[in-house]
Design a protein around this ligand. Structure first.
Ligand SMILES: NC(=O)c1ccc[n+]([C@@H]2O[C@H](COP(=O)([O-])OP(=O)(O)OC[C@H]3O[C@@H](n4cnc5c(N)ncnc54)[C@H](O)[C@@H]3O)[C@@H](O)[C@H]2O)c1
Length: 435
């Protein structure tokens, strides 16, 4: 089947990761190990999932890479920025996610990934005190310096294309402000005026990426590209964007489990979700202003799956609470508990308990890979602006809230969106309904 106007994935794909912490180094190490045949990229949809194409006698199930041209793992080149100067090998060892035996075989390659100085403002993540930081006097200069970094990386590494992925700490909550975040000219004006309250460093990364012709993915819950001014920039530069917040553990379970309650027409009284987490991410999220950003993102999942207006008997007034507690002994091995109070026949109460003992970065790494490969595909297919087909990978998927558009949080609907986009970019018909 002919692929419709999708440029082939030729040459090297640069992946510039903002942050060189637990998630970033687990992602990089896994890719480097996998391409040497020393580890398997388990959990990655682009490497394992199959999509049905054709119908009836023509029906076939194919890997994404057999339907569309995807970058090969061997063609990926990594670069990064971080507040701390340690290279990716040192940082992977420090993170204690992977065993030394799973890092050492690619030590040489990891040591070459040395973080460029970060565009950083301590007010946005007070618990971090590294000194590998750009000497910027204002936000516009931050943008200019990041643009230089991207251009240099692209040239030095001889990249055909570059994707920028935010896997850095969660910033403090920046509420959307209509006067600053709605129009591109206002956003640029605020950057030039060094408005530090409304312009997070992450916005400078995103702005620099898009202007330099790089798709941008927001893996933290930051509002960065989830604002109309950035949608305008993505349209103007014809670049795809995706966000926000990798969907990995508890929210993955929630978006897959809530449909059971909704499909079976059971009632919901309340859903209490709590976590213990001991890595640097947990440390940053221990600050209330940073946790607020995560809380907003995690809370948005249920309301579009179990809708009060469609089923007032079942879903009006349920209580939804999410907590994250910093608990150092567990490091990256997060444990989450969900208590779900449901109602059945004649209103009788029942409870469901879910206890997920997960590994945060082990779950996030394949999501990083998939988002990078698929947003690169989107760019080659000429798709720009918010990429809703990537909602599957994100806790709080972007949608045009200015027009009352709803996010798609239902895991199986998100999977349908993803499969249909792969079909369409591969020249097949999108043939499943998402409702
Ligand atoms: N692991 C998961 O399951 C998961 C899921 C969803 C989202 N996330 C998000 O992914 C991000 C990374 O998580 P992690 O566990 O790797 O955290 P981490 O603390 O190990 O790594 C983050 C790194 O980002 C760096 N950093 C902070 N601000 C920066 C800036 N402005 N520029 C460059 N570097 C900067 C920090 O110095 C740190 O090394 C967090 O925001 C987290 O909330 C993780």
């Amino acid at each position: 089947m002919e692929q419709l106007s999708v440029k082939p994935a030729e040459g090297k794909l640069g992946i510039l990761v903002v942050g060189n912490g637990a998630v970033a180094t687990t992602f990089m190490t896994g890719v480097l190990m996998a391409r040497r045949g020393l580890a398997k990229p388990i959990g990655s949809m682009t490497q394992y999932d199959k999509v049905r194409v054709g119908r009836g006698a023509d029906k076939r199930y194919l890997h994404y890479g057999d339907i569309v041209s995807l970058a090969n793992l061997n063609d990926i080149v990594f670069g990064c920025w971080d507040v701390y100067p340690q290279n990716a090998y040192q940082s992977a060892v420090y993170a204690e996610v992977l065993k030394r035996e799973d890092i050492e075989p690619v030590r040489d390659e990891l040591e070459k990934i040395v973080p460029m100085p970060a565009a950083f403002d301590k007010n946005y993540a007070k618990r971090l005190d590294g000194d590998n930081v750009k000497p910027c006097t204002n936000r516009w200069q931050m943008v200019e310096m990041l643009r230089d970094d991207i251009r240099r990386f692209r040239k030095e590494q001889d990249c055909n294309r570059v994707v920028v992925l935010w896997a850095a700490s969660t910033e403090i909550y920046v509420p959307v402000n209509k006067d600053i975040h709605y129009r591109l000219q206002d956003l640029e004006q605020a950057m030039k005026a060094d408005d530090r309250e409304h312009i997070a460093p992450s916005m400078c990364y995103a702005y620099a990426a898009l202007i330099e012709g790089c798709p941008f993915v927001m893996g933290a819950p930051n509002t960065t590209v989830d604002i109309p001014a950035m949608w305008e920039l993505a349209e103007k530069t014809k670049m795809p964007i995706a966000g926000k917040d990798f969907k990995t553990g508890q929210t993955l379970v929630k978006s897959g489990f809530a449909p059971i309650i909704g499909t079976r027409c059971l009632g919901l009284e309340g859903w209490f979700s709590t976590n213990i987490l001991g890595n640097r991410d947990g440390l940053v999220l221990d600050v209330p202003e940073n946790f607020r950003t995560k809380e907003v993102s995690k809370l948005s999942t249920l309301e579009t799956i179990l809708k009060a207006d469609e089923q007032p008997d079942l879903y009006s007034d349920y209580y939804h609470k999410v907590r994250i507690n910093y608990y150092p002994p567990r490091n990256d091995n997060k444990e989450s508990w969900d208590n779900i109070d449901i109602r059945g026949w004649m209103g009788y109460p029942m409870q469901i308990k879910i206890n997920f003992l997960c590994r945060d970065s082990i779950l996030a790494a394949p999501v990083c890979l998939d988002l990078c490969l698929l947003i690169d595909l989107a760019a080659r297919a000429g798709r720009y602006g918010t990429q809703r087909f990537l909602s599957f990978f994100l806790k709080s998927p972007m949608h045009d809230y200015t027009r009352g558009e709803e996010a798609v949080n239902h895991l199986y609907q998100q999977h349908t969106l993803l499969k249909n986009a792969i079909r369409e970019m591969g020249g097949y018909e999108a043939d499943e309904e998402i409702d």
